[in-house]
Write a protein that binds this ligand. Structure first.
Ligand SMILES: *[C@@H]1O[C@H](CO)[C@@H](O)[C@H](O)[C@H]1NC(C)=O
Ligand SMILES: *[C@@H]1O[C@H](CO)[C@@H](O)[C@H](O)[C@H]1NC(C)=O
Ligand SMILES: *[C@@H]1O[C@H](CO)[C@@H](O)[C@H](O)[C@H]1NC(C)=O
Length: 515
């Protein structure tokens, strides 16, 4: 009797002592996982069909996407800003890319054309006609002077951007060409085809200098590594292969996806590779260690495109579910070795299992042998407060402005803009303009700092530029506040989860002490 009471008292004392102790895992680990793992920070909804390609602007905080819904869209990454939808292609758009100088946008379409666009509210575009079947990819050379296109007509074509003319055709593939990319130095082009070959072309003599034949399957996508020594092939046979093109050798092969791989993107450091697959996931490979780091859930259906931003601090993915997901990379801010060490610790052990898989506000998974850190943000988008932006349709010029073209997004750097000749445009390109969803004034800024208010012809608006300026400033401040609050909210939820788990552990401990 006496002994039992004493024991109970002792247990209670220990229980309360436990409550006062720091949590049973290193206090830093929660923060480590928060800071170090990729997080979904926004999604962009607006496309009505599969998103086929995603691309960052190299010079502004904007994103271009293409879709089978026949439209291109430009999304401003600042919250509460308008999105722009470019109308011009007659069939699904398969690929989109900004020129490296940020002045132009190129797109490819199933309507057999590629198009060059000035990304401004005039939406001027010129079709590049020459392919005889669907065009599947566009890629600018590093100096923005040339454009390579790949087509189901079995050819790769190279165009002059300034004259908007076809320069030459690379014709040796015997089936659809899915993708063609310039090497970073602009001397080579790599192309992949359903004929199960990957060809490397030397542009000085325009001949195929290397032929990688893969009997296991064709590649959906090819990409040069940032240093130009390797290519990544996204295989329809579920594999991601890294070839060293100097010695023509297969360096790495990753069989981590459960379905065909549709796209890859190298981190600018060359250390990591994003992969997008029809198995609905995006994965992040560690290329130095040759292994899988992360599996990202969030898409409901095949993921078709993925891209790192120029600095690698964010990335974006697009898929058949018409979603565009915008992620913060996080792990790239850490020293490479530290990322690996933390990753090993998370996979093998001395931390509570909930840190292995990040499924906040959803059931935790406890795989016996996790292959990668799983991230499922379906219930945990940081920026849920940001509504889908209003969309402005852009078809042709009828906006009253004296200046020729006004960028949709203020460039981060001062730069010259190319004013393209419109001689090549036909009446079809000059369709009647319609600002469908925004009858109000569109405020834009020129890179020289002067502010303009563009408005439609039938609806002149007279808002003082000073007032507009002040209002925009206030809106920007509010955006920052909203984002801060939502980040704090996310952290609080994680802390709550951990506290709950901590209490449960202590309860179990108490029970075992009682036994
Ligand atoms: C084209 O140039 C490459 C590299 O300079 C060379 O290896 C190849 O033999 C050349 N091919 C022809 C047909 O001249
Ligand atoms: C074109 O492809 C190369 C090689 O994959 C890539 O480095 C480059 O960034 C692409 N161009 C643009 C404008 O994205
Ligand atoms: C995506 O991958 C699947 C499986 O390999 C393939 O059937 C499909 O054509 C690919 N889609 C694109 C747009 O490349």
């Amino acid at each position: 009797m006496d002994g039992q009471a004493r024991l109970r008292k002792e247990a209670e004392r220990r229980f309360f002592a436990l409550l006062l102790l720091p949590p049973p895992f290193p206090a830093s680990s929660a923060r480590v996982s928060l800071r170090e793992d990729p997080v979904l920070i926004r999604h962009f909804k607006g496309h009505k069909d599969a998103v086929t390609c995603v691309a960052f602007s190299p010079t502004t905080r904007a994103l271009a996407t293409s879709s089978l819904d026949r439209f291109l869209m430009i999304w401003n990454l600042k919250p509460n800003t308008k999105a722009f939808r470019f109308v011009g292609h007659l069939e699904g758009v398969t690929s989109v890319q900004f020129s490296p100088d940020g002045n132009l946008l190129a797109s490819a379409s199933q309507d057999r054309t590629a198009r060059l666009w000035i990304p401004c509210i005039h939406g001027e575009s010129t079709p590049l006609k020459g392919h005889t079947s669907a065009v599947r990819s566009v890629n600018f050379s590093y100096d923005s002077q040339f454009l390579a296109t790949a087509s189901n007509d079995k050819s790769v074509k190279v165009w002059s951007v300034y004259s908007q003319r076809l320069l030459f055709t690379l014709f040796q593939h015997t089936h659809w060409v899915r993708c063609a990319k310039y090497s970073p130095d602009g001397r080579l082009i790599v192309s992949c085809s359903d004929d199960k070959t990957v060809k490397i072309w030397d542009l000085r003599n325009k001949t195929c200098v290397d032929d990688i034949i893969d009997h296991e399957g064709f590649a959906n996508y090819v990409d040069f590594s940032p240093d130009g020594t390797c290519i990544a092939c996204a295989g329809s046979d579920h594999a991601v292969k890294i070839w060293d093109i100097r010695i023509n050798k297969l360096l790495q092969q990753h069989r981590v996806h459960r379905a065909g791989v549709n796209c890859t993107s190298f981190h600018p450091s060359g250390n990591y590779l994003l992969t997008a697959s029809s198995d609905s996931t995006v994965k992040i490979l560690d290329l130095l260690g040759g292994r899988l780091l992360y599996t990202l859930h969030g898409h409901e259906g095949p993921v078709l495109s993925v891209a790192f931003s120029k600095g690698g601090e964010t990335f974006v993915s697009g898929g058949v579910d018409a979603q565009v997901l915008f992620w913060k990379t996080n792990f790239d801010a850490f020293e490479y070795k530290k990322v690996l060490k933390n990753h090993m610790r998370k996979l093998h052990g001395d931390e509570p299992p909930h840190l292995l898989d990040i499924y906040p506000r959803s059931p935790h998974r406890h795989d016996a042998k996790p292959q990668s850190v799983e991230i499922d943000p379906s219930f945990d988008v940081t920026d849920m407060q940001t509504l889908d932006p209003p969309v402005i349709d852009i078809t042709s010029p009828s906006v009253l402005l004296t200046k020729p073209s006004i960028p949709l997004v203020q460039p981060s750097m001062q730069q010259e803009r190319v004013i393209m000749q419109q001689d090549g445009m036909n009446s079809q390109d000059m369709q009647q303009h319609s600002v469908l969803s925004s009858p109000r004034a569109t405020r834009t800024s020129l890179e020289d700092g002067s502010k303009y208010i563009a408005h439609t012809m039938d609806e002149p608006v007279g808002i003082s530029p000073v007032l507009t300026n002040a209002l925009e400033h206030i809106v920007e401040q509010l955006d920052v506040l909203t984002l801060t609050v939502s980040i704090l909210e996310q952290r609080l939820t994680l802390t709550e989860d951990k506290l709950k788990e901590c209490l449960e552990n202590q309860e179990k401990l108490l029970l075992s002490v009682r036994d």
